[in-house]
Design a protein around this ligand. Structure first.
Ligand code: SF4
Ligand code: ZN
Length: 313
């Protein structure tokens, strides 16, 4: 029997990198401490105090756990927490998650703001996918989903006067995105996709923070389970289109054979980020203003406006 390395009780979790075991209570406090340290390291205590953090809640285990932990920390560090959720309009998936997000937010006493694609853009993601397929355009639903969701989250957070937009990306997500950016040769994205936070690179861009990014998916799943935060099981029907899946499986098998691969990749990413930022300068990382909608954009016209044009909305 593996014992908790702190109190000697039976361990429920063993960290494969260090070989240390943790009992339920010490596992929970270790996860919360990691999030706290990540936040403090990213923002510093003074920036955290009196700030408003909007949490993007998808109704998955990661973002739900994030909302729960940030709410716990908000009293100690005197920041405000609001929850944002986007209903993309995916039948049999999103409609199961929204009631769960409402229930958790109510229980935590957090204000929840839900916006839907249908209300904001006149079409659900399901309808958008149909239109794109009819037009023979090979644009994946995940591309439309991601672009429109990020656009809305930023706009809502900006309208609420948020200082930061927190997302539930974990260590696995970060390592996968790093590999995808390398495969695509997106050097600027490696520097821009801050693992912890990205600075205010446009006056309308709400800086992102990823407080879970030092925790593996396995750890966030166990944390959610131990705190009764597991959402109803539902898988997005479009997951087969997600280009990450292959990278995810490959990375998991590497981690299995060489524990610590993911955290080492994140270390490499942080070193790369500093080197790239020094080389290309902060100005290159700044976003432009979309000449159609006025929102932050990498190019002259943002991806959101380009997709709207394809969809005819
Ligand atoms: Fe959106 Fe794709 Fe994720 Fe489904 S799998 S929620 S379409 S990004
Ligand atoms: Zn635009």
């Amino acid at each position: 029997m593996v014992k908790c390395s702190i109190c000697g009780k039976q361990a429920i979790y063993v960290d494969k990198v260090t070989g240390k075991g943790f009992c339920k209570n010490h596992f929970i406090s270790r996860v919360e401490k990691t999030v706290e340290e990540t936040l403090l390291q990213a923002l510093g205590q003074s920036s955290l105090e009196k700030s408003t953090i909007c949490v993007a809640v998808s109704g998955g285990k990661d973002s739900t756990s994030l909302l729960y932990i940030l709410k716990k920390l908000s009293d100690r560090y005197e920041f405000k927490v609001q929850a944002l959720s986007i209903d993309e309009g995916i039948e049999g998936y999103r409609d199961l998650k929204i009631p769960f997000i409402e229930k958790v937010s109510r229980k935590l006493g957090v204000n929840l703001h839900v916006r839907s694609f249908r209300e904001e853009f006149g079409l659900s993601l399901d309808q958008m996918f149909e239109i794109l397929s009819e037009k023979g355009l090979e644009i994946k639903p995940c591309t439309v989903c991601g672009v429109f969701r990020r656009y809305l989250l930023n706009r809502i957070a900006y309208s609420l006067g948020a200082d930061y937009l927190a997302t539930g990306h974990n260590l696995d997500d970060e390592a996968q995105v790093l590999l995808l950016n390398i495969i695509r040769g997106s050097i600027v994205n490696i520097a821009r996709e801050g693992g912890v936070s990205s600075p205010r690179i446009h006056e309308r861009f709400i800086p992102r923070i990823k407080p879970l990014y030092r925790l593996t998916e396995r750890e966030t799943a166990l944390y959610a389970y131990l705190n009764n935060l597991l959402p109803p099981f539902a898988e997005c029907p479009y997951v087969v289109f997600a280009s990450r899946e292959v990278v995810r499986r490959w990375l998991n098998s590497l981690e299995e054979e060489n524990p610590g691969t993911k955290i080492r990749l994140i270390g490499v990413k942080e070193t790369l980020q500093k080197a790239i930022s020094r080389k290309i300068g902060d100005r290159a990382l700044r976003l432009k203003t979309c000449k159609i909608c006025g929102e932050p954009s990498a190019g002259e016209v943002c991806k959101f406006c380009q997709l709207r044009e394809y969809l005819g909305i």
